[in-house]
Design a protein around this ligand. Sequence first.
Ligand code: MN9
Length: 294
Amino acid sequence: MKDLKGIYTALLTPFDRNGKINEEALKQLVKHNLNLGADGFYVCGSTGEALMLNVEERKQIMKIVKENAESANLIAHIGSISERDAHALAAYAKELDYDLISSVAPFYYKFSFPEIRDYYIRLAEKSDMKMLVYHIPVFSGVGMGFDELSSFLEDDRFAGIKFTSNDFFTMERCKNRFPDKLLLSGYDEMILSGLAMGADGGIGSTYNFMADKFVLIRKLFLEGKTEEARKVQNEANRIISVLIKIGVMQAEKEIMNQLGFDFGHCLPPFKKVTAEGKKLLKEEVLPYIRKADV
Ligand code: MN9
């Protein structure tokens, strides 16, 4: 099996003025991230606003990314509150030869754990793809502890977990019990904690414009240079603190615009970044990230 450890950019979705996916900007984003050293892409996740897109738009994104990142590791987030849509997307991920599928837990209706588990199993089985469970309790409202996560990890149909939680105790227990499963840390501002507790890499939204910092943190960590890795984490976190003041995804898109890409804005109901927010990003973020060749 391919080595899927590493740094994955959770791709943003650029929109043009008519609200259509901006294919050109998406291709440039993929290229820029390969230049920054990203090992792969997490496609159509939370960062990509995928839960607000329709199936056709998600397929369009999956196809463009595949065509422009042939050799990168590719994970398709196919999760949807409509399981029928999720199956269609999983089948398409298989057709495009993605490495893994991934899904947020079915949310909103407060499904029982056996219902959630069966959802994942049906998707993996029907598509004949390995599943990376997307554990993000703050957004999904679905809390899963060691016992629930283990029930996935002990099963061959599951590749591992995208772990977006600061419960590093549970992360460590999972890695310790299932060392061969893939554990990817989801909070950019705590990737070093994730690595220290056994994560094999990370998936993140701020990687879109500073993947190089996370590649470096992981490299330094693997070389045992924890103090140096923490300095790079500090740099990233100063930037993330600015993003949080504005709204993380909205700010990320604005940064891409300031780098010279044509990303547009997040879909409503997300608000557009104010003039004041733009100024803050221009002064406190833009000078500290690598320029793009656009
Ligand atoms: O999982 C992202 N999580 C969310 C990935 O979007 C909820 C992260 O990359 C965060 O955006 C990032 C900033 O808080 O850590």
